[in-house]
Each structure stands twice: as structure tokens, then as C-alpha cells.
Design a binder for this molecule. Structure first.
Ligand SMILES: O=P(O)(O)O[C@@H]1C[C@H](O)[C@@H](CO)O1
Ligand SMILES: Nc1nc2[nH]cnc2c(=O)[nH]1
Length: 350
């Protein structure tokens, strides 16, 4: 693989505090945020979804249902993407940079769940990044919204049936590692799927062999080649000081960690913690997609009883906004330089 990026950005320098004057390449230090409560309300059928979450292992979506959604999308867009991107909290602006867009509200797509979280627009955007056809989820589904895990991961299998080969996941996460500061970007090397470890796994229930095996391996689920390509791109962009590899852990949420939980996660070797991503990666790996993941570190997880700081979602979104351009540039360069099977599936249907 070849990095051809010509981008020369500013290099990382330490020690500034968060403010509207922060440029996209400066480190970000966050402090206690005021608690405002703005929530996006949707008309989603949360009661039945909550019920199905409890009954998660009994819920089944047939191959035909995934296929119906894939067929509907293929008949409504001219794009034939090989790359799908899931935008994490505050990172949805990436989708706005796609050229020749076809975009669909989740509520208009047959079978699609609804996004209920502030900072997740709830839109599927098809378009081109550097001439390559992509599909971007501007908003993802979380277990804590009451979706069953099979619903939170519904789009992944739809993408697979549409011909997607590579999944790029992004998320906002809190750091446990001392070397990861707010505003840093962590390339996900591996994950700990805490809900999965206790049986909250989207692959529970009948296995559909058409997608993958009953007992899929998860070692190496974050593609090594793409990880090293991204490090190379970060160097060429002059932002290598912001980027490092680490282990992401998914917890159920929606509350942020207690101090005792934070200490536990730290002891277990978790570098960053969030409330998403692992189920999507499990389903993508099960059906043979190549996966790359990025966490934007939006806050430090409070690990000390002496520390008076606390985290909130508005602060998470704010750091997302401040770093969105860097994340966009990194992801765009990755897509531009990574090897993609350039078969006719990538072409726009006229
Ligand atoms: O969708 P992601 O994982 O980026 O969202 C993170 C985790 C919670 O949903 C939310 C907390 O602020 O941000
Ligand atoms: N669980 C969890 N999720 C997050 N998403 C963004 N920051 C955090 C955090 O500190 N903890």
C-alpha cells in the first residue's frame, strides 16, 4: 500500500485549554462542563424496542429483511459503495463532505431503526470521497437507547449485502490511559466488549450461515494494514503527535463511569471507554468485512476521588466539533490511499 497524501498540517503542541479559538490541530484540554439537558426527541417505538432489547437473544431478523432494505437502497441511489463509515458522537460532519450525495433519513428507509441521541442526525448519506463511492451513517444506534443489539447492527449486514467490503467506525470516548488527552485520536487496536462478555451480543440467537460462522474468530478484527497506513497518514499530515493506538472498551451506558469503575477499567488495560462500536465490529467481522476504527478522545475519565471534574454529553460533542476536521482529513486520506477492489461495484450507476 502506498501513501500519496500531500497534506502538510500543523504539528501537535501541548498545553492549551479549550476555547472557540482552538484550531483543529491543537491538543484539547477539557474541564468541568455545565450540565445543560438538551435531548433530541423522536417518535421511535421505544417501548417495543425496549421490550425487544430485553428479549435480545430471541429476536431474529431474516436474511430477506436485510435484503429488502439493501435492495430498496440500491434502487434509490446511484452509488455502489465499497466503504461504509459510521460517524460517532459529534463526528457527523464527515458525511457533509461527500460529493454527489444521495441522502436518506433513517425514518424513510424500510427496516431502519431510528437515531435518538443528540449529535446523531439519523441520516444515511451516499456519495464520493476522493472519487471513491462511500456510504456514511450520520448517527448510529446504541444499546442504551433501548435498541436490541440486532437492531443496532442492522445497517452492517445491509451494507454487506450492498457490496461494502470495508467498515470504518468512529466514536467519541473517554480516556483511561495517562498518555491520551482530550482531542487525541486513538486508532483502535482491539476492543473489550463488556456487554458481549456477559452474553449481550448481536450474534446471539440463530446463526445465519449466509453471513458467517456460528463461532467467528475476533482476534485481528481491526485490520493491521489499515492501522499502520493510518499512522503513516497521520505522520504525513503532521498530526502524528495526536494519534496513537490503543484498546477501546464498550460499556452499556448511558451513565458515565463511577470512579471505582474507572479504576477497574484502567487496571484491566483499557485505554479508552465508550458506549458503542464493539457490536458493529463483531457483526462486521462475522460477515467478513475489513474493519478500521478510530476513537476521538473527548474527555479524561475521572479516576480519582480528589478530582472534581465530571463529564457530560455536551462536552463530548464540543470536542467532536473542534476535532472534526482532523478526523475528516484522516479518514478521507485513508479512503483515498487504501486498496479497494476497484471493480464495477464502485461505479456510479447512471
Ligand atoms: O456514538 P458514540 O460512541 O461516539 O457516542 C459516545 C458514547 C455515548 O453515546 C456518547 C456519550 O457522550 O458519546
Ligand atoms: N462510557 C463512556 N463513554 C464516553 N463517551 C465519551 N466519553 C465517554 C466516557 O468518559 N465514558
Amino acid at each position: 500500500m502506498h501513501v500519496t497524501s500531500k497534506y502538510v498540517g500543523g504539528s501537535a503542541s501541548a498545553g492549551r485549554t479549550i476555547s472557540s479559538s482552538i484550531t483543529d490541530h491543537t491538543p484539547i484540554h477539557t474541564h468541568t462542563h455545565t450540565h445543560t439537558h438538551k435531548h433530541k426527541h423522536t417518535s421511535g417505538n421505544s417501548t417495543s424496542q425496549h421490550h425487544s432489547f430485553i428479549m435480545h437473544s430471541k429476536e431474529h431478523i431474516s436474511h430477506d429483511e436485510y435484503q429488502k432494505t439493501a435492495d430498496w437502497l440500491r434502487s434509490h441511489t446511484k452509488h455502489r459503495p465499497l466503504v461504509a463509515i459510521i460517524c460517532g458522537s459529534g463526528l457527523g460532519m464527515l458525511a457533509d463532505t461527500l460529493k454527489c450525495q444521495d441522502s436518506f433519513d433513517y425514518s424513510d428507509i424500510p427496516g431502519f431503526p431510528q437515531s435518538t441521541v443528540q449529535g446523531h442526525a439519523g441520516r444515511l448519506v451516499f456519495g464520493e470521497l476522493k472519487g471513491k463511492s462511500c456510504v456514511c451513517m450520520q448517527g448510529r444506534f446504541h444499546m442504551y437507547e433501548g435498541h436490541s443489539l440486532i437492531k443496532t447492527t442492522f445497517p452492517i449486514r445491509v451494507f454487506k449485502l450492498m457490496g461494502v467490503e470495508t467498515l470504518i467506525v468512529t466514536n467519541a470516548a473517554g480516556s483511561l490511559a495517562d498518555g491520551l488527552q482530550p482531542g487525541d485520536i486513538m486508532i483502535i487496536k482491539d476492543h473489550i466488549n463488556f456487554p458481549g462478555l456477559v452474553g449481550l451480543n448481536p450474534l446471539c440467537g440463530p446463526n445465519d450461515e449466509k453471513f458467517g460462522p456460528r463461532f467467528p474468530a475476533m482476534s485481528g478484527c481491526y485490520d493491521k494494514g489499515l492501522r499502520s497506513l493510518m499512522m503513516e497518514i497521520a505522520k504525513q499530515m503532521g498530526v502524528a503527535g495526536l494519534v496513537q493506538e490503543g484498546v477501546y472498551a464498550m460499556v452499556g451506558g448511558p451513565n458515565f463511569e463511577t470512579i471505582a469503575e474507572a479504576k477497574l477499567l484502567h487496571r484491566l488495560g483499557v485505554d479508552a471507554v465508550g458506549m458503542s462500536t464493539a457490536p458493529e465490529v463483531v457483526v462486521a467481522t462475522h460477515c467478513g468485512l475489513r474493519v478500521f476504527g478510530l476513537s476521538l478522545i473527548t474527555n479524561k475519565v475521572v479516576k480519582s476521588y480528589e478530582d472534581s471534574e465530571s463529564v457530560n454529553h455536551e462536552g463530548v460533542l464540543e470536542v467532536g466539533r473542534l476535532r472534526s476536521q482532523t478526523v475528516q482529513q484522516l479518514v478521507t486520506e485513508l479512503i483515498s490511499t487504501m486498496e479497494i477492489n476497484n471493480n464495477e461495484n464502485t461505479k456510479i450507476v447512471s
